[in-house]
Design a protein around this ligand. Structure first.
Ligand code: CTP
Length: 411
């Protein structure tokens, strides 16, 4: 029995073009939203002659119409975040435009900018559908991998009967859901990730911090969400946008990060299946932050630093079961065997399942990273990769770990 479950959490572009069948588009939107999809509606100018923007807004979608007049490039932004585009109804005109690669309105420009799967539900008079031009366009699109849903035989607006009626909304939603069938590897898992530096105040305008950009942690959060996980990102101050579908908790100091972790994981740590500590937590903080700005003197300044708690070690020490799976990072200035030795020491001392070890100059502030994945079983060098590619490898390790756990329990 086909269902719409696979649409849960998916980011869908619903394109609406100027056909009388657009009166059924709100029903399609309702089905997608009810199934848990995040839908952005893009309407063409002629679509608006048949249905109003407020109908879609009222149903809970973001509606876009204009290619122009935004800061940045809206068509590129939508193209980046959508996982599939459903054009329903798709008119002969829009089909011709997509075939030719035109980009003179928001919908066509977005589709041209995206590599996500495209599904079309054509709706037009049977004569227009049967026209050689339309048929040739559809044949081209099919060859490019575009999926067609319908049309079906029946009565069209003019009262004529033939092939050109839009498929029914339920079947359109099911066809879209079929695109996403097959479980994603982290579906149903709660993954908590820390990222970025912490910043420890010295006085109201000065602080101790480090050069972590947060890129690794954010790449992990984005990839975990793509794999279907429910992701909570506990982030120190960084200049990065929150990845789609990720819940972000902002913190500044190590103690605030500790409190956010405690709140998220709970006393018994049952709030997460996986914890990945990618944050560069300050090991020390000024013993006392001055309430007033410190004045310059010629005598120099001695700051007394108090140790911060080791957050990962505390969680490792409290863990009584296999959950959460714990992943730590080890940023070292040593290389080779010494690097592996330190990583193994951290694995044991902090009681974690995986240590991602890297050499400081290979990663800090860069877009790439060169890491070793060190676990009790093995030590795997990954070579130089982009941070998203490193994130994929780490989450592949985590997913395997969760999958073997299930096999062990059910054996
Ligand atoms: N970490 C933490 N709390 C801290 C410091 C570090 O949870 N106060 C976590 C980091 O998020 C990282 C891991 O511990 O996942 C290793 O960080 P690193 O700074 O390499 O570890 P230290 O134990 O501080 O290393 P060292 O003994 O080399 O100082």
């Amino acid at each position: 029995m086909p269902t719409l479950h696979s649409l849960q959490g998916r980011r869908i572009l619903l394109g609406i073009t100027g056909s009388i069948a657009a009166y059924k588009s709100p029903q399609i939107l309702r089905l997608l939203i009810k199934a848990g999809a995040h839908v952005e509606v893009v309407m063409t100018e002629s679509a608006e002659r048949f249905v109003g923007v407020e109908t879609f807004r009222g149903l809970g979608a973001n509606v876009h119409k204009e290619l122009w007049g935004h800061t940045g490039e809206l068509h590129i932004e939508i193209a980046r975040r959508m996982e599939a585009a459903l054009i329903a109804p798709a008119t002969a005109n829009t089909i011709a435009k997509i075939t030719e690669g035109r980009s003179d309105d928001l919908l066509s420009a977005t589709l041209l900018s995206s590599q996500a799967p495209v599904l079309l539900a054509p709706a037009m008079h049977p004569a227009m559908f049967a026209a050689p031009a339309t048929q040739a366009n559809l044949a081209t699109l099919r060859k490019r991998g575009v999926r067609l849903i319908g049309p079906v035989e029946g009565e069209v607006a003019s009262g004529d009967i033939g092939l050109g009626r839009m498929e029914e909304p339920e079947n359109i939603a099911l066809a879209l859901a079929a695109e996403f069938e097959g479980p994603r590897r982290l579906s149903g898992r709660r993954v908590v990730i820390t990222a970025g530096p912490t910043i420890e105040p010295i006085d109201p305008v000065r602080s101790l911090t480090n050069t972590s950009s947060g890129k690794m942690g954010y790449a992990l959060a984005e990839e975990a969400a793509n794999l279907g996980a429910d992701v909570i990102l506990i982030s120190g101050p960084v200049a990065l946008p929150t990845p789609p579908l990720v819940r972000r908790i902002d913190v500044k100091t190590a103690l605030e990060m500790k409190a956010a972790l405690h709140e998220t994981l709970g006393d018994d740590l049952s709030g997460a299946d996986v914890l990945i500590m990618a944050a560069a937590v300050s090991d020390y903080r000024p013993e006392r932050a001055s309430p007033d700005k410190l004045k310059r003197t010629d005598n120099g300044l001695t700051l007394r630093l108090a140790p911060n708690p080791d957050l990962l070690r505390e969680v490792g020490a409290r863990r009584r079961t296999l959950r959460p799976v714990l992943v730590g990072f080890a940023l070292e200035t040593e290389t080779g065997d010494a690097l592996i030795h330190h990583a193994r020491r951290k694995l044991i001392e902090k009681r974690v399942d995986l240590v991602v070890a890297n050499h400081a100059t290979d990663s800090l502030g860069l877009d790439t990273n060169q890491v070793l994945l060190v676990s009790a079983q093995d030590c795997r060098p990954l070579g130089v990769r982009t941070k998203p590619a490193v994130a994929t490898a780490i989450l592949d390790w985590v997913a395997r770990r969760l999958e073997t756990e299930i096999k062990e329990w059910t054996a």
